[in-house]
Design a protein around this ligand. Sequence first.
Ligand code: ATP
Length: 869
Amino acid sequence: MSEYYQLPGREVLKKLNGSEEPLTSQQVREHQEKYGRNELAEGKKETILHIFLGQYKDFLVMILIAAAIVSGLLRDVESAVVILVVITINAVLGTLQTVKAEQSLDSLKKLSAPEAKVMRDGNLVQIPSAEVTVGDIVYLDAGDYIPADGRILECASLKTDESALTGESLGVEKSTEPVKGEVSLGDRTNMVYSGCFATYGRASFAVTAVGMETEVGKIAGLLNQTSQKQTPLQISLDQFGKKLSILILIFCGILFGIQVMRGGDAGDAFLFAVALAVAAIPEALSSIVTIVLSFGTQKMAKEHAIIRKLQAVEGLGSVSVICSDKTGTLTQNRMTVEDYYVNGIRIPAEGIDLENPQESMLLLSSILCNDASNAEGAEIGDPTEIALINLGDRFGLYASGVREKYPRFGENPFDSDRKLMSTQHVMEDRPTMLVKGAVDVLLERMTHIQTDEGVHPLTETDREKIRNQNQEFSKEGLRVLGFAYKEILVGHEITLEDEYHLTFIGMIAMMDPPREESAEAVKQCKQAGIRPIMITGDHKVTAAAIAKRIGILKDDSEACEGSEMDSMSDQELRDFVEDISVYARVTPEHKIRIVKAWQDKGYIVSMTGDGVNDAPALKQADIGVAMGITGSEVSKDAASMVLTDDNFATIVKAVENGRNVYRNIKNSIQFLLSGNFGAILAVLYASVAALPVPFAPVHLLFINLLTDSLPAIALGLEPHTKDVMDEKPRPVGESILTKAFLQKIGIEGLSIAVTTMAAFYIGNHFGNAVLASTMAFGTLCTARLVHGFNCKADMPVVLSKKLWNNKYLLGAFALGLCLITAVLMIPACSGVFQVQTLTGTRLLIVYGLAALNLPIIQIIKMVRVKMKK
Ligand code: ATP
């Protein structure tokens, strides 16, 4: 049997579908059933049981299990059971958190799944690529993701990036010609492969294999779930956690020695040392970060920003420069044609007279030299081109009809470096090449002009007139396209070399108003210490006019053209970028240089991009942002964030969310570390003052594993606030554990320790060592719950509504309080938890002392805020 690449394209289609026609809906259903969904099987997911068992692999949990065994052997069965129960509850909590975080990351992945353009029921439609099936005809444009393997049917200069499959990073040129003999993948030039990208040109292909039957499916076998890499914050916290753990273990070792030397029971001393280590080591730091980040991404997805790399959430908080495309991101991308320029005069679009040959030629050219479609209201393609065919509709010249009358024989696809596009037709028996593109580029390639008086050489006066008109349109913020043509030889297939010696037909000016939100978002950026910058392929004057309207630029001197950078060294560019807010006529290479220049100056740069060639700049930027609606799949693949509404304001909102997430993580860490520090200080004090140990091991485990983790997570989910945008961006590389932060932890830990030891003394005074320990335990536990409210913000919150606005924290507090009260009040608990059941008054003393931490720390915060001012 011949391979698909050895057969002519149409024959392949016949073999797959039984005819050369696209699949009928009935066939689609049958094929989908037969070949399955177009998805790669994912590696086996960890089952919930696995995740649960995984919780026991933790080093600290293992120590605890060892401790339980030791206590069991020492006949302290009760302690052993308690430790095991507490570990199990902790493992259940850990499992729930992990599952939830994974679910939210999974749903994000689904949101950014690629789409494909296929012919269904005679119409070109966009569908999720998982629904593509064998026999479908898929249409590819530059930048598209190739959703399945297939045999090319039509091809216009298609090049693909097959590096994912063959490692070959150069674009591979494709054609429709059958290939003779058996050849390797890389030489099957009429085939395209799933997982690769179209980088240039256009094509359609018949799908020959989907899902696991594709070449990438065969290689991948079972694709392992790509695990999310650790974020810089997680790495730095892990390192910090390790160092701290070693210190704490040494400290606990010494404590164990002291107790034994003082004649204490070695078994008890061991258990206590273990419990203290467990209580003091902040093992949850890194997992809290994961949970808070993954919840943050959920919120951002709802607000139209899909995070593709978890690091981006953190990075967003320190973004100090946002470079944004103009068209569609700062503007609405809802373009409408406003004016024509033909025969040396400007005419409003509604005044076009199709009887006039020049006006009619301009309209026809704009429909023919155009890849967009709008059949039955389904607009597919570049909004600039959609605007042109929509104009045709207004005059009864429908794209489908015009294109049928003057079919396309060849083309040079648009690319944003060249800023031109051409197509080849036969018009009124004359083989013609139509060219459209940026007027300044066209001006250099035109030699003639066509008017009602006929075709004549383009004089300097004509050029001047065209230039002036282009300038006038641009000043009004209009986007201008120029149109030209050239007669070519019969049978000649056009190449880029043909785009010279052109004859000017006219210009079309379109309005693309700024988005309503843009101006406000730019203002917010500036207030947040972020520099907004417009980078566009459009004309400088158009760009400056729009930039002025939304506040990015004050003076025209802040605008430049990309070509001005060409002669600059990197050092010169670094000095230059500071003064420039608008870059026009920019190529993708310029974008990379701009990002690098800012980065060299120490800024964290976010850069948007939509085109095929934008991928390198998106990768270079700290936060690459792709457009979900108009962006090419290549750019989405390279980005760390995708905007589902293509809106600049969404980036600013994402920065706000990023800052909030970071602040919440910080608060949550502050809560954990200060609480742990409080416990250590209390034990340290007792040991220095030669008092009995204030807590039984089970107390520390109870706090650390049960009542502590919920408020920590709740703090991570604290409602977002706008005030984060009043601050400057977080300095690059600033550790979360700054001196000021550690100071706060020290002071707050001290406050908790003092109230705890006060309870201990009171208990000791009115009762015995057990009562003292019970009251110290109760106070420490409750104080940490209360302290959750202190960690909500750097500002005092006690007299504001903010105290009550986090329902998770309120829930965690209420649950924790119920648990500790139950342990302290229910007589049946006294044995297991080694407490003495408290009377009402004593319970109130415990509550009161614990609650004191609220006013004490709030007052300290007030003083700190005052001093700062
Ligand atoms: P931005 O970079 O802000 O998205 P842009 O869409 O103008 O702006 P490009 O797509 O790189 O950037 O286009 C650059 C120039 O090429 C445009 O200003 C226009 O003159 C010309 N151009 C844009 N689209 C087409 C097209 N489909 N066919 C021909 N020329 C085009």
